[in-house]
Design a protein around this ligand. Structure first.
Ligand code: CP
Length: 328
């Protein structure tokens, strides 16, 4: 298994990596159970520094990376608004990020610009001080760490029913501009006999590049406008919100999404062991009344994000081989 230098795209991961990551996260979580375990995790990276460069809004990705750094003893600095950096004085984003690389050992970046983290990773790889880059969301393009935590959550949910292979997974909402959809769909192609159901209004059908990718990987998938039938047939439902931050002229207001909302009354039609997920934040597509149902896994999914990010940082910083439980 090749360990990644950067985390840029879901397409870079294979099944061996996903299985390794699953075991690594489970082991890390066992260290969380005792004070000694947590102190051990904190001893792994106190000599390393991270920069969290988030110029697009975020709550959970930002906070979970910040928490992950703290868990590993790593110091984290942040920029959350480019108007407070020298970009305001006309510095290019490339020069800004190269400057961060002079001071830190890891850069986690979220940006509205598709492909920016790939560009920065290539640029830094040419410099005397290349540092790992983590793409924490790049425009409507990719959100690979979200997809990795989604895979972890699915694997946990299906651990007593032979894993992700052979499952039907339904994705709902703005599938055209949802970066979590693109990244998770790509990762799911690593599992045999997975069927993907894409339920959305016609305006929000999956983008052509994702459709071509799934066809090239011979993945079974179906695009539908029938939300009710799709959710009833699924082992997991992945709800998403409308991504209207990418509107050019308020076009989202013209799309009727009212029949793509998961409400309390839909729960009776779902499979008994169905897993309900959402990358969050949510709006009206996911009724808070659903939270009480034991099949709702999105709050666990959110916390899994922190442990997934701890695991990814240990891999990039080369200390994942120190995550070994002592034998008693
Ligand atoms: N899921 C996710 O990326 O959430 P935030 O935008 O709050 O980071």
């Amino acid at each position: 298994m090749m360990k990644p230098r950067h985390i840029l795209s879901a397409g870079q991961f294979d099944r061996a990596f996903l299985d390794y990551m699953y075991e690594l996260i489970n082991t890390i979580r066992r260290f969380d159970k005792t004070k000694d375990g947590l102190m051990y995790l904190q001893s792994l990276l106190p000599h390393r520094r991270a920069m969290l460069y988030f110029t697009q809004p975020s709550t959970r990705t930002f906070m979970s990376f910040q928490a992950a750094c703290t868990i590993l003893g790593m110091k984290a600095s942040e920029i959350r608004d480019s108007s407070t950096s020298s970009e305001r004085k006309g510095e290019s984003i490339e020069d800004s990020l190269r400057t961060f690389a002079s001071y830190v050992d890891l850069i986690v970046m979220r940006s509205p610009v598709a492909g920016l983290s790939d560009r920065i990773a290539s640029l830094l790889d040419e410099t005397p001080r290349p540092v790992p880059i983590i793409n924490a969301g790049s425009g409507p393009d990719e959100h690979p760490t979200q997809a990795l935590l989604d895979i972890y959550t699915l694997q946990r949910s299906f651990q007593s029913s032979s894993g992700i292979e052979g499952k039907t997974i339904c994705m709902v909402g703005d599938l055209k501009r949802g970066r979590t959809i693109r990244s998770l769909s790509r990762l799911l192609t690593n599992y045999k006999d997975v069927k993907l159901l894409f339920a959305s209004p016609t305006e929000y059908k999956i983008a052509d590049d994702l459709r071509s990718f799934l066809l090239s990987r011979k993945v079974t998938f179906e695009e539908t406008t029938n939300f009710r039938d799709a959710i009833a047939a699924s082992d997991a439902i992945y709800m998403t919100r409308v991504q209207d931050e990418y509107d050019v002229a308020g076009e989202s207001k013209k799309v009727d999404t009212s029949s793509y909302r998961l409400k309390y009354e839909n729960l009776a039609s779902l499979k008994k062991d169905c897993t309900i997920m959402h990358p969050l934040p949510r709006r009206d597509e996911l009724d808070p009344a659903v939270d009480k149902d034991p099949r709702a896994k999105y709050w666990r999914q959110e916390r899994n994000g922190m442990w997934t990010r701890v695991a990814l940082i240990t891999i990039l910083m080369g200390v994942d081989n120190h995550i070994v439980l002592p034998t008693l």
